[in-house]
Design a protein around this ligand. Structure first.
Ligand SMILES: [Zn+2]
Ligand SMILES: [Zn+2]
Ligand SMILES: [Zn+2]
Length: 247
């Protein structure tokens, strides 16, 4: 099995795996110092987000208790999933929260909208489902890890840690880092391309008979559970590499 991805702690810059980081954040000395030196405090939920089918992509954030589900949805879109404005939904304890609730239901409870504040719907220990795009769906799991008072930040969301970008190797030459992925071949063994091989391919200089699939398009390699899906080209707002405060 592949090694778990690692990420940096926002406060001290130490590197841990997803589960190691959760533990570390409870006792990070730098983080405690920051908390002690602050006058104005705010209440936050600490959330861990990860790809339901690929836990190598993960985020640990804190978000204000007064933020809405809509705000959390926007953050997830901005950093991880937005490609062409698809619909999305949260599933919290059997209730669906949608941007535009579809009340054309046959069974179960009617859907709610996303205007709810987090403090109205979240409790520590909960495991929440999130879906973006009901066609080529990206599914996330969100764990409500903790609830606490922390120094007031201007932004609703603060990233505490994020997995470092995964290095994929070009499937053609087998040596250069990949920068493109073939969305049609994504679930096969060899979807990755480096710039060099792509250039050779375009100039008809590749020795082997390899083709960019019929779709004829490639998508960039990104640090996201939506890499290679629909037209996903990465985040316009967040770089692939999360930088700690203290580097
Ligand atoms: Zn730390
Ligand atoms: Zn799309
Ligand atoms: Zn290559």
């Amino acid at each position: 099995m592949a090694k778990s991805t690692r990420g940096y702690c926002k406060y001290c810059g130490k590197e841990y795996t997803r589960t190691g980081m959760l533990k570390h954040l409870q006792s990070c000395k730098k983080r405690m110092e920051v908390c002690e030196n602050s006058k104005k405090m705010s209440a936050y939920y600490e959330l861990m987000l990860y790809g339901t089918y690929n836990k190598d992509y993960w985020l640990i954030i804190q978000i204000k208790e007064n933020a809405t589900l809509e705000c959390l949805d926007q953050f997830i879109r901005d950093i991880w999933v937005e490609c062409c404005g698809h619909l999305s939904a949260f599933d919290i304890e059997g209730v669906r929260y949608e941007q535009i609730p579809d009340n054309d239901f046959l069974w179960g409870k009617p859907a709610e909208d996303m205007s709810h504040k987090l403090k109205e719907v979240l409790e520590v220990g909960m495991e929440i489902g999130y879906e973006y795009d009901f066609g080529s769906t990206t599914e996330l799991t969100i764990k409500v890890v903790d609830f606490y008072k922390a120094p007031e930040q201007k932004e609703n969301v603060t990233i505490l840690s994020r997995n470092n970008p995964i290095q994929f190797t070009c499937s053609v030459c087998g040596k250069n880092p990949a920068v493109w992925i073939d969305p049609i071949k994504m679930y096969n063994e060899d979807p990755f391309w480096c710039e060099e091989c792509l250039e050779k391919y375009e100039n008809g200089e590749l020795d082997e008979e390899i083709e960019v699939e019929e779709s004829g398009y490639l998508l960039p390699v990104t640090n996201s559970p939506r890499m290679g899906v629909c037209g996903y080209e990465g985040s316009d707002f967040y770089p692939n590499q999360f930088e700690p405060d203290d580097m």
